[in-house]
Design a protein around this ligand. Structure first.
Ligand code: KIV
Length: 293
């Protein structure tokens, strides 16, 4: 649990980096998970388009639409109190024109309740970033392995592996900083490249598979918690195996129902059950634990 229960705001991130305090981000997709992460002191809750993979069962993030991100952002903002909520701008919601990027980002703030948006890409999106930040909308950048470019990149593989590619990535990072991003995600690049980018930028970098030299870290939460059955990248550290825990709990429940062990026969019924149930009484019954047996 973090010391400061106060709502975290965008300018605080630069201060944290100045003080050498690492920033921690995790994707959250619903109110329950947001509440748990918020209580754990996670600084940034990202409503990532990774929800396409882990929530919707899609192979890539490309089919994830704006409505889905707005829907989940609304839920996440209801769950957290301290953490800053960042909403991903989905595929093709910011590349077609700066005007469209503005309109779509505005919906994430107005309808979703996001405090910032994240978008993928370097110099080609700098113009949109400049316009968004000039309008007062905080933007987080994302370079390196950008999953929305999976077809162009030829798969989910490490980027900036040679001098030329590393140089291009540094130019992208500098262009985004100049355009006004408040932080930059560096995904799946060599540690040394991430270290060089972090040293060149004034804004915080947040790494995922980019080594220990970034100003903060992010991993896909379902990977961290052992909830995702699919391929987990080699740089992920799993802190729990919740998938197996959930499977076992569901199996125990199913066995007990099938064997007639649960529920047990009630011998004494509380008066609220005997009285004709209004909607309110029904809700009471479900909220309070009713003694059985
Ligand atoms: O969509 C997502 O969850 C992300 C993080 C992995 C950075 O973009």
């Amino acid at each position: 649990m973090r010391a400061t229960p106060k709502k975290l705001r965008v300018p605080a991130l630069a201060l944290m980096t100045e003080l050498g305090e690492r920033i921690v981000m995790l994707p959250a997709y619903d109110a329950t998970m947001a509440r748990l992460f918020d209580r754990a002191g996670i600084d940034l809750l990202l409503v990532g388009d990774s929800l396409g993979n882990v929530i919707l069962g899609l192979q890539t993030t490309i089919p994830v639409g704006l409505e889905a991100i707005i829907h989940h952002t609304r839920a996440v903002t209801r769950g957290g109190t301290r953490a800053l909520v960042v909403a991903d701008m989905p595929f093709m919601t910011y590349q077609i024109s700066v005007e469209q990027a503005m309109q779509n980002a505005a919906r994430l703030f107005q309808e979703g309740g996001a405090a910032a948006v994240k978008l993928e890409g370097g110099r080609p999106v700098a113009k949109a970033v400049r316009k968004l930040t000039a309008a007062g909308l905080p933007v987080m950048g994302h370079v390196g392995l950008t999953p929305q470019h999976v077809h162009q990149l030829g798969g989910m593989r490490q980027q900036a592996r040679n001098d030329q590619a590393a140089h291009e990535l540094i130019l992208d990072a500098l262009a985004l900083e100049d355009a006004g991003v408040f932080a930059l995600v560096l995904e799946a690049i060599p540690d040394a490249v991430a270290e060089a980018v972090t040293a060149r930028l004034k804004i915080p970098t947040i790494g995922i598979g980019a080594g220990p030299h970034c100003d903060g870290q992010v991993l896909v939460s379902y990977d961290v918690l052992g909830l995702f059955d699919g391929l987990v990248p080699p740089f992920v550290k799993q802190y729990a195996q919740l998938g197996e825990l959930i499977r076992r709990a569901a199996e125990d429940y199913a066995n007990e129902v099938r064997q007639g062990v649960f529920p047990q026969t009630a011998t004494a019924k509380p008066p609220s059950v005997l009285a004709p149930a209004s909607d309110g009484a029904f809700e009471e019954l479900h909220r309070e634990s009713v003694p059985i047996g």
